[in-house]
Design a protein around this ligand. Structure first.
Ligand code: TRP
Length: 454
């Protein structure tokens, strides 16, 4: 049965390609933009420590569950969930979890791509010296001017969507694999160059201390939940990205080992991004805590403007951010494209056009949130903030909750255990315990705190 499905469904050409692609999906704006500013906001090291615990206890088991489901189903998330529900003798409505995840991917990409467009614009503007000599106020007003002008942002968003769809349209081997093969090493080299630069600022140790010297007085309930939610988003869990990437994984590859490698690589890159950014922030007398989401687009350009060679470092930094966002965008839309191909009989090209165009149009909402629609608010949030909230804080934790329940409670051990093919049963038992008890409770907590914050 599986061999027949494999013939229409793609497959990674090697273990290494799978690891690169999944790491590319995981490493994104979440690592380089969100992780450092959340670390700043929540006081540094205590947040980092909780984050690491969340990756180990929640992230890795959830990733293993999603890859396992995907590889056993070997289809898009909708059909995979339907097939596995049938195998588990339970309701076929579980396919709705696959559908909700697929939609969440499109919704996330609609704003992710707008921010991806900002990174393109900022790489370009750093290169042309737009920030030369800018003070903090000037950098902030340059940012508000930039996002305040819908047409310009629309152009960058369009370019970013086209870049994404060109890769997706070419399929697993010729699109996704080729892109990550070059982009991921480039991303890593850029990051190492930036960390190298950070060591020359004279504030490297301050940066390290901020991230690693433990200070538990700063640990609060909200910061712990923020760390949990961030671990989940950063590893691309809860919506079918990892499930679809898992469905392309050849049978002989170890799910546990690759999941650990991918989670560690994602975490390493988030931490390296912090190590690169904080010394630059401190060296320029800027505050990590106050910056918030503006850390990247308002604070860093000031630092780049003030330092020798900053203009080049600025270009490198925003290119890095763009590459990271690009390989994640691909993964956000891959489930939708495969649903259109496998359930509606479209060609991959047509499916890519249709899903890309829909996502692009939805992106208008985010673009307008910073200008013409800035005053339309619900629960004090503009369209972009609502969409971010709905997807990251509601849809992903709920998706994760249902997937954990399905993998831990409904699916027979006789079905899940052989997929993992671990050498000892102890490993499987630990996974089963974490996915049955820890993951659902954690997901429910993220969800309830989120709703309480509305
Ligand atoms: N993990 C990516 C980041 O850190 C974003 C991302 C890609 C994602 N695919 C996802 C988030 C699926 C949640 C679900 O930027």
């Amino acid at each position: 049965m599986t061999t027949q499905r494999q013939s229409i469904h793609g497959q990674w050409s090697s273990r290494w390609m799978y690891i690169l692609a999944a790491t590319g999906a995981a490493v994104g704006l979440g690592n380089i933009w969100k992780f450092p500013y959340l670390t700043g906001e929540h006081g540094g090291s205590a947040f980092v420590l909780v984050y690491l615990l969340c990756v180990a206890l929640l992230g890795i088991p959830m990733m293993m569950a999603e890859v396992m489901l995907g590889r056993r189903g070997r289809q898009n998330p909708v059909n995979t969930m339907r097939t596995l529900a049938k195998e588990a003798n339970t309701s076929r409505h579980w396919q709705l979890i696959g559908l909700a995840g697929t939609l969440a991917g499109v919704l996330i990409l609609s704003y992710y791509s707008v921010i991806g467009g900002w990174t393109l614009a900022y790489a370009f503007r750093s290169g042309t010296g737009a920030f030369n000599g800018a003070t903090a106020e000037q950098a902030s007003s340059l940012f508000s001017q930039f996002v305040g002008e819908p047409l310009g942002v629309l152009g960058w968003h369009t370019l970013f969507m086209v870049m994404t769809m060109v890769v997706v349209a070419r399929g697993v081997r010729y699109g996704l694999e080729r892109a990550v093969k070059y982009l991921m090493p480039a991303l890593f080299i850029l990051l190492v160059v930036l960390v190298g630069y950070a060591t020359t600022t004279g504030y490297f140790l301050e940066g390290l201390a901020f991230m690693f010297a433990p200070d538990f007085s700063k640990l609060t309930g909200t910061s712990m939940l923020a760390a949990m939610g961030q671990a989940f988003f950063s590893l691309s869990l809860g919506m079918g990205t990892i499930m679809i990437y898992g469905s392309y994984v050849p049978q002989e590859i170890s799910i546990a080992r690759t999941s650990i490698v991918i989670a560690l690589a994602d975490t390493l890159i988030a931490i390296l991004a912090g190590i690169a950014i904080f010394p630059i922030v401190f060296a320029n007398g800027l505050e990590p805590k106050a910056a918030g989401p503006g850390l990247i687009f308002e604070t860093l350009p000031v630092a780049f403007a003030q330092m020798p060679g900053g203009h080049l470092i600025g270009v490198l930094f925003f290119v890095l951010l763009m590459v990271a966002a690009w390989t994640s965008s691909i993964s956000l839309i891959e489930p939708a494209v495969t649903v259109l191909v496998e359930n509606f009989g479209m060609t991959r090209l047509k499916a890519s056009w249709l899903s890309g165009l829909t996502t692009w149009a939805l992106g208008f909402g985010t673009i307008f949130s910073f200008n013409v629609w800035a005053d339309y608010r619900l629960f004090q949030k503009n369209f972009f903030e609502l969409l971010d909230f709905l997807t990251a804080n509601i849809m992903l934790p709920l998706g994760g909750l249902f997937l954990a329940i399905f993998a831990g409670w409904l699916m027979a051990k006789e079905a899940s255990q052989p997929e993992f093919a671990m050498r000892t049963t102890l490993g499987f038992q630990i996974w089963h315990l974490l996915i049955r008890y820890i993951a659902p409770v954690a997901m429910l907590m993220i969800f309830f705190v989120a709703v309480g914050l509305l």
